[in-house]
Design a protein around this ligand. Structure first.
Ligand code: B4P
Length: 193
């Protein structure tokens, strides 16, 4: 089993690169942002609660996203590996994920952290907002709030995995193909160990 976290601030390319990585490595894609947007589209109580946070650029409460990931892991008992995209975003989420994986006698093998400048993040998200229909992408103040949440609560998650020497930084600016090749090179190195 090979379990990977794709990490980085909002707009760093996690969703974009995840699509390519799951198809190359046959991993199950678990993207908390996508799972939350499906709940919103289905107008479930969980979705309605999540929307009130997402529309302000804030993180959704830990217990909501941890519950979603726990169900998704249980729903895929025969997976060859998981790609976690947008999760974990807080230290409590990271600790919960480690425990859930330990129960399944596995763990995180590698965290790939995409590095992108703030001006590039804002420009990408505003650009996506023109067509995505995502309410959290259209307003620059909300985008800045998401980036501030990342610095306040999420960036420390990399330190958690750094303690176990599992983090590799990747330059997240350049063409999608160049970045994909850098990610694959790190995965190849890890898998050959
Ligand atoms: P997410 O859905 O995870 O979204 P994101 O961080 O905005 O996007 P991502 O990083 O995947 O986007 P990408 O760069 O691929 O989260 C949305 C919200 O959900 C959060 O704010 C939070 O409220 C909530 N949430 C989700 N998970 C949570 C959790 N675990 N705990 C609590 N709350 C949670 O794409 C951005 C744009 O850049 C695209 O238009 C893409 O085409 C473009 N792009 C990508 N790569 C590029 C490149 N190399 N060059 C130029 N453009 C590029």
């Amino acid at each position: 089993m090979f379990n990977l976290i794709l990490f980085g601030p909002p707009g760093s390319g996690k969703g974009t690169q995840s699509e390519k990585l799951i198809s190359k490595y046959g991993l199950i894609h678990l993207a908390t942002g996508d799972l939350l947007r499906s709940e919103i589209a289905a107008q479930t109580p969980l979705g309605m609660e999540a929307k009130s946070f997402m529309d302000k650029g804030e993180l959704v409460p830990d217990e909501v996203v941890i519950g979603m990931i726990s169900s998704a892991l249980d729903a895929n008992p025969d997976a060859g590996g998981f790609l976690f995209d947008g999760f974990p975003r807080t230290e409590a989420q990271a600790e919960a994920l480690d425990k859930l994986l330990k129960l399944k006698k596995t763990g995180i093998h590698l965290m790939l952290a995409l590095e992108v400048s703030e001006s590039e993040l804002i420009s990408r998200l505003l650009n996506r907002g023109k067509t995505s229909g995502r309410s959290d992408d259209v307003n620059e103040d909300i985008i800045r709030a998401r980036i501030a949440e990342y610095h306040k609560k999420t960036s420390a998650v990399a330190d958690h995995y750094r303690k176990f020497d599992k983090v590799k930084q990747i330059k997240g600016e350049g063409s999608i193909e160049e970045i994909f090749n850098s990610l694959c090179a790190e995965i190849g190195r890890k898998k050959s160990l």
